[in-house]
Design a protein around this ligand. Sequence first.
Ligand SMILES: Nc1ncnc2c1ncn2[C@@H]1O[C@H](COP(=O)(O)OP(=O)(O)O)[C@@H](O)[C@H]1O
Ligand SMILES: [Mg+2]
Length: 265
Amino acid sequence: MAESPSSSQPILKLRGVSKQFGAVQALTDIELDVHPGEVVALVGDNGAGKSTLVKVLAGVHQPTGGTIEFMGKPVTMDSPGRAIELGIATVFQDLALCENLDVVANLFLGQELSPWALDEVQMEVQAWTLLRELSARIPSVREPIASLSGGQRQTVAIARSLLTDPRIIMLDEPTAALGVAQTAEVLNLIERVRDRGLGVILISHNMEDVRAVADRIVVLRLGRNNGVFTAEDSNSDLISAITGATENAVSRRQARKLEEVGEAT
Ligand SMILES: Nc1ncnc2c1ncn2[C@@H]1O[C@H](COP(=O)(O)OP(=O)(O)O)[C@@H](O)[C@H]1O
Ligand SMILES: [Mg+2]
């Protein structure tokens, strides 16, 4: 199991974070640190609490317990706008791009440079600069989103979130719908973002992707932390933490022992 890198102060620090929906305890006592220039993968089975945690960090849901520190200070994110203002950007799974608009329009949607006199030239220059910095393979920034591949769309969505100048970017299943080449492209982009010194939180079901880019792999199970791993740890340990196979193995062993004791007496 991995220790958090202690060389830098975490950008984001969660302690004891819980979230209850009525009788459902979706998150219990979550601990999470994200450092600058680090990719933290958040993995877990369906219902583990990944999306709930993302929504808490995006200001969509309010936690029912615990503390969130951002850049060393306790914060309350009572709206999505507040999270973005602080510097936590989220690329949700549906991407929320406008199919009929071109790349530039999508990048600046809702954040046009000067709202009463849209500076098209300036926006196009900025769009190209950003996409070039990210080594993004977009044929033209005047291409409508509808004509782009899944990987290119993901790139546009990630680039758009970078325009708010965040310190943390959360990506929810960014490779879920992508083929091999496009997945590689997006993983490459994630490394570029990390190289800019951002903290990246990557939610993914794909262990191969997670192992390829994550500096640390944080496992959630039934709404709780269930271990921190790195790409060096064995796949079976990681899978056991996700599925709870270890617990079952332990409890099976204990049950057997109890039976043996029972038989002996
Ligand atoms: N809005 C909600 N209302 C009630 N229960 C919810 C809500 N959102 C999530 N949950 C519950 O919280 C738990 C964690 O869900 P979720 O965060 O979606 O897990 P994951 O994304 O890891 O699959 C599940 O039991 C789910 O049913
Ligand atoms: Mg989910």
